[in-house]
Design a protein. Structure first.
Length: 130
């Protein structure tokens, strides 16, 4: 898989959201995300983390917290959304944007897990299936 095809696959997820008055045939809700996280070995449980939630200010709060932690000598990972220019900028390790190769490799791992869950019947559909 190339970086370009990984990006195209992610952008194709947009139709997962139902348009007004229509119900989406696909459902990739929190329960399905739990199944996907389990299939990936729960990477979210392998490192201490902070989840910043709310309506406004999540990005600046997260960036400030990551900066404080780096200044205190910790290694940090930061995910923010949306991106401004390229999807890679959403994921930073110690304030460095991940490379195209890293982005592609992570996307491929998630895609493989999602397809395996569909094949096993644990997920009804993959979000990129139309």
């Amino acid at each position: 898989m190339s970086y370009h095809s990984a990006i195209e696959s992610l952008f194709a997820l947009g139709p997962e959201l139902a348009t007004a008055g229509q119900k989406s045939p696909r459902k990739f809700d929190l329960e399905n995300m739990r199944k996907l996280a389990e299939a990936l070995g729960h990477p979210e449980r392998k490192i201490p983390s902070v989840l910043v939630a709310g309506t406004n200010g999540k990005g600046s709060t997260s960036a400030t917290l990551a900066s404080i932690l780096r200044a205190a000598g910790y290694e940090t990972g930061l995910y923010t959304s949306p991106h401004l220019i390229r999807p890679n900028e959403r994921i930073r390790l110690n304030d460095e944007v991940i490379s195209d190769a890293e982005f592609t490799e992570m996307h491929a791992r998630v895609e493989e897990a999602a397809h395996a869950l569909v094949r096993s019947g644990e997920l009804a559909s993959h979000p990129s299936f139309f």
